[in-house]
Ligand binder design. Sequence first.
Ligand SMILES: CC(C)(COP(=O)(O)OP(=O)(O)OC[C@H]1O[C@@H](n2cnc3c(N)ncnc32)[C@H](O)[C@@H]1OP(=O)(O)O)[C@@H](O)C(=O)NCCC(=O)NCCS
Length: 172
Amino acid sequence: MIRVRDADAADAATVRDIHRAAFGQDDEADLVAALLRDETAQPVLSLLAETDEGAAGHILFSAARVAGRRAALLAPLAARPECQRKGIGGALIAEGLARLRGAGVAAVFVFGDPAYYGRSGFAPAHAHGMAPPHPVEEPWRDAWQAVVFAADTGSGRVSVARSLDDPVLWQV
Ligand SMILES: CC(C)(COP(=O)(O)OP(=O)(O)OC[C@H]1O[C@@H](n2cnc3c(N)ncnc32)[C@H](O)[C@@H]1OP(=O)(O)O)[C@@H](O)C(=O)NCCC(=O)NCCS
């Protein structure tokens, strides 16, 4: 049984621990902390997945813009190593997309493995004429993906929060 709820300030240590365990480094946990205090990332959607054994995964969406419309960027996502392949990541993505759609966001973007995110409805964003904030090298072009809710969403370069607006983050 997976429950997904909003993460709040009291969950900060738990969220940090999930990302450190999943990625084996501090970078993504640091990115979460930076985005939470970055005013250009607001509103963020920070969701925690819990099972009967406790906190199992976390996802963060931060504010973005495309063609003058509100959008969101998914990063980062993590499930504890011992909790992976049990639907935690998929449940967090599904809840996030449903909430953002309900909030009137035009599109949600991610820079990640198409084989994984394609399972949750993401498709290459270049097909919609939506370019990443910084150039992505050719082999990883299709890693820049989107779920587009509003069919009349325009095209152009997507702008993201200051904490994500670093060319280094867009290299694999
Ligand atoms: C990626 C991650 C969040 C997936 O979480 P999860 O809870 O295991 O995902 P789900 O259970 O919803 O889906 C698992 C399925 O996705 C597949 N999958 C997991 N990671 C994948 C990847 N990188 N590429 C392709 N498929 C992947 C698994 O094979 C599994 O499919 P199967 O059970 O049919 O074999 C988790 O593996 C993780 O935290 N990894 C380390 C951190 C990371 O890489 N985060 C993503 C950054 S973009």
